[in-house]
Write a protein that binds this ligand. Sequence first.
Ligand code: G
Ligand code: G
Ligand code: G
Ligand code: MN
Ligand code: NA
Length: 254
Amino acid sequence: FHLLQALQDALTKQSIFAVLQPQVDLETKQVTGVEVLARWRLEDGTHIRPDQFISLAETSGLILPLGQQIFTQSCAACRRLQEAGYRDIRIGVNYSVIQFEQDDMVDTLIRSAEAVGIRPQQIEVEITESTVMHNFALVQEKLERLREIGVTVAIDDFGTGFSSLAYLSRLAVDRLKIDKSFVDKVTTDKGAAAIAKTVIQLGESFNLDIIAEGVETKEQAQWLLDNGCSSVQGYLYARPMTVDVLLPWLAQRR
Ligand code: G
Ligand code: G
Ligand code: G
Ligand code: MN
Ligand code: NA
């Protein structure tokens, strides 16, 4: 079995698919967004984990066609949500540094969204701290363009990288995602709780929204709410699901 060959094949057949994980506001009880996550299932039914195939896609250059396929599916899913009456649910798409390095990244995003009939205001782009630090000037320029057209920008896995806090005030960023590794331990570990509190305070100081990811227990959710973070994502609320599964999930919450 040759993983790179199989990935190439999967892209040709367009068999990598998008699942969507709801993001919930604990105060309003509204679903405010969904994060898009790529899934790859082989013909024999086995799943290849994204950590495996995303890094392979990045080193091989296949992340560009993969990212394009996932983005197109994300827009199509967003369109279906819109048609079902969910007009305010944003779709959050993960972007690799390699995608950010493409000169036409923003134009491609605009064109792909337009082709499916969705507005940039319905899109959130997730980047990691390492993407920001990899090439600050380049990322800064792209983020400013994204903000101009109305795309929301989130920094993913926040707190796990070694980025300088100074950049936060200079970047067109809208929200920070508290990494799951801290959320896991907020009720049991003083260090994790201190980091989560610090991120929430950073949000207040820099006027950024904060979302916690990987929330699995009611205790974690209560801690987050008590400490000023009402936006959450995690298995406690929902697993990532296809849009076909998401639509009835949303309907039964109404
Ligand atoms: O569900 P989870 O195992 O989906 O995802 C694991 C990792 O893979 C996460 O860090 C996530 O950011 C990354 N990932 C999932 N889907 C995508 C995608 O479409 N593009 C990129 N660049 N990363 C993704
Ligand atoms: O892009 P990012 O690294 O943030 O991707 C989020 C990852 O976290 C994905 O792999 C997703 O499937 C996973 N995830 C989301 N919610 C939960 C959760 O509550 N528990 C666990 N174990 N994983 C989660
Ligand atoms: O394997 P995992 O738990 O990450 O699957 C996430 C979601 O993807 C589940 O809702 C599952 O029903 C769905 N799913 C699994 N395989 C396929 C597939 O081949 N095609 C589609 N469209 N959805 C799938
Ligand atoms: Mn993410
Ligand atoms: Na993350």
